[in-house]
Design a protein around this ligand. Structure first.
Ligand code: WT7
Length: 635
């Protein structure tokens, strides 16, 4: 598993230079270490103006052969997945590479028996149980495209995603444990299924013994289907550029974007970055606390670690159950060496008594990771001092659903770290810091601030938005000519280290979850008493950002607490509980430009209680509403 690792800072610098000077040779050599049925004819073909990116064209492979089959000989008995249940009294599950291989092949035949073929889309709405990993790999085994929907999303959100990519099958579980709560996933699915004509069958894994209503002819239990299926399943030979999965992420319009990742480049990108960023050794135990419903789970719980032959931990529960020591208890119990989590979790845990940490022996830890949002100075130090005891390098990894793999990050123990900085681009990544005039700030020896773009393709870049290539072009490739625009602001120090400062568009990262404000506004506007709304983010000490909604009501509707509750429920039902606004202010009007656009900049400042300088309001059609809103602000 250490075969792709750079070992020193000098090696990193050398690899970086090579990746810029000779990107094709650089990636050829890395891709060569994988198992292919046929070698590629062309390493890279790209044109950001179309935009089009193709890696390893003509190459034939199956990613599951790289995650499973190729390890069997040497690592067959090694633990691939350690599953840690929500309830600490329930037993952990250890699944070896060989067992995982058998389970994936077996379940792949269940998919086939239910009419799933190469290219078909399968929606997964599942708890954090090994069967989620098995189902996703089974899809990849037969060339079906998985579309995993985070099991905290609402029925309406599932239906929207299923319909967008016309999934033929839905895989779910009857119920899920989440801390002290139990959530009935099947019920949520049943509601979604009322409006998803493309779904032909539903496979239900029984996580609990509760009776589960099943629809005759459509719904089938996981175990019943396994009984009927063969155990062996040869891997479908895929083209490097065939679709591996679709994963939805929020956009600035109401509609989620189905990011499309392809087999070859994604495999090479996630595996290379996994090995280099985390620097795992042979018997290490790696734990990423993300949910597989997000890209972090796809790339760094499943594909990157398994392709590397690592032992990866999957945790079903939450950090606060049965108490706030749960993460540390698991680290101690499983001898976790690499721990990868989000700043929002770090901040929430840092708020608790240190006893929760000190009760546990954390001496197995070697490397700590952070992902999902900017990590503030205080959280960085708390993590470094109390969890890492000053001995574990902290890797602050910047990347996105769209990038598929980590882009800017230290290599653990190799790159000098700097608190709150994601530091340097990984080999193969060419960032461009853009100024207000849309020009690249090229001097790496002078500190600068701007917007972050990338000027050269990397293997795991998303190839398109499913069914909407125009939107893909518009969102990512139209801001700067010939560059991918990330949507993030960034600062760069005089040594070339990057600190990501946050989103510069209408996306807000709440507790590490990427939310489009337009989606939430659409949900609020569905309320019969609401004329219009505007949602913005404001700083929050645990969540990073929280949501503030400004809502205009119809004349005959009285503002009330009850109404606030209804609006929050509506958002929860349409998007999911994570999108509920923290604050709702009823207003008579919203500040709008002459062209009718809401001036969110001002609303953001009011929500953040930062109104000393609201900037230029001269282009407003109705400047008087600003005072009115400010006076009644909920700050
Ligand atoms: C956005 C992407 C990719 C993993 C999970 C999130 C923010 C991500 C960092 C970091 C500062 C970060 C950015 C990015 N972000 N990692 N280390 N430091 N910001 O994936 O849901 O697609 O969100 O998360 O704003 O654009 P995502």
């Amino acid at each position: 598993m250490e075969n792709l690792q750079l070992k020193t800072f000098a090696e990193y610098k050398k690899a970086y230079k090579k990746s810029v000077k000779h990107p094709e040779t650089f990636w050829d050599e890395i891709a060569d270490t994988f198992t292919w049925h046929k070698k590629w004819d062309k390493t890279l073909e790209w044109d950001f103006s179309k935009p089009e990116v193709k890696w390893f064209q003509g190459g034939k492979l199956n990613i599951t052969e790289n995650c499973l089959d190729r390890h069997l000989e040497k690592l067959g008995n090694k633990t691939a997945i350690i599953w840690e249940p929500n309830d600490p009294d329930e037993e952990s599950r250890y699944i070896s590479y060989r067992q995982l291989f058998v389970k994936v092949s077996h379940f792949a035949n269940v998919l086939k028996n239910n009419g799933i073929k190469k290219g078909d889309k399968v929606c997964l709405y599942m708890p954090m149980i090994p069967e989620l990993a098995i189902a996703m790999l089974a899809c990849a085994r037969i060339g079906a495209v998985h579309s995993i929907v985070f099991a905290g999303f609402s029925s309406a959100a599932i239906a929207r995603r299923i319909n967008d990519s016309e999934c033929k099958m839905l895989i779910t579980a009857n119920e899920v444990y989440r801390g002290s709560k139990k959530v009935n996933l099947k019920e949520i699915c049943d509601k979604a299924l009322e409006e998803t004509p493309s779904i032909e069958s539903v496979i239900v894994y029984r996580r609990t013994v509760e009776p589960t209503p099943m629809k005759e002819g459509r719904d089938k239990f996981w175990f019943d289907e396994l009984q009927k299926a063969e155990k062996e399943c040869p891997a479908e030979v895929m083209d490097a550029e065939d679709m591996l999965f679709i994963l939805y992420t929020s956009g600035s319009t109401g509609k989620p974007k189905g990011m499309v990742h392809t087999v070859g480049g994604y495999m090479v990108g996630t595996t290379y970055t996994f090995q280099n960023v985390f620097q795992l050794q042979k018997n290490d135990v790696y734990w990423c606390t993300a949910d597989i419903g997000w890209i972090t789970g796809h790339s760094y719980i499943i594909y990157g670690p398994l392709a590397s032959g690592a032992t990866t931990v999957m945790f079903e529960g939450v950090p606060s159950y049965p108490d706030y020591g749960r993460f540390w208890e698991i680290c101690e119990k499983l001898n976790v060496t690499h721990f990868y989590t989000a700043p929002t979790a770090i901040r929430a845990l840092a708020k608790q008594s240190l006893e929760f940490v000190e009760k546990h022996d954390l001496s197995s830890l070697k490397v700590l990771g952070s992902v999902g949002e900017p990590i503030n100075e205080e959280a960085w130090h708390w993590y470094n001092d109390n969890i890492g005891k000053g001995n574990c390098p902290v890797v602050d990894t910047w990347w996105q659903t769209e990038t598929g793999a980590i882009m800017i990050s230290p290599l653990a123990g190799i790159t000098p770290t700097r608190p709150t900085f994601a530091t340097l681009p990984l080999p193969g990544v060419q960032p461009a810091l853009m100024d207000d005039n849309g020009e690249e700030i090229t001097n790496l020896n002078e500190k600068a601030e701007g917007r972050l773009a990338i000027k050269f393709p990397w293997p795991s870049i998303a190839r398109t938005i499913y069914g909407d290539h125009e939107r893909y072009k518009e969102v990512y490739f139209s801001t700067y000519e010939n560059k991918y625009f990330t949507g993030d602001g960034s600062y760069r120090d005089a040594s070339g280290n990057y600190r990501i400062t946050g989103r510069v568009d209408d996306i807000v990262i709440v507790s590490g979850h990427n939310l489009g404000t337009a989606t939430i506004e659409n949900a609020i506007d569905e309320h019969e008493g609401v004329v219009e709304s505007a949602v913005v983010g404001f700083p929050h000490d645990v969540k990073g950002n929280a949501l503030y909604a400004y809502v205009i009501l119809y004349d005959n509707v009285e503002p009330s607490e009850e109404l606030r509750k209804e609006i929050r429920e509506l958002v929860s039902d349409t998007v999911g509980p994570i999108a509920k606004p923290d604050k709702i202010q009823f207003v008579n009007n919203l500040p709008k430009t002459r062209s009718g656009k809401i001036m969110r900049r001002i609303l953001r400042k009011i929500a953040s209680n930062d109104t000393s300088n609201l900037g230029d309001t001269s282009t407003l059609l109705n400047p008087e509403v600003v005072e009115e809103i400010k006076e009644k602000a909920l700050v």
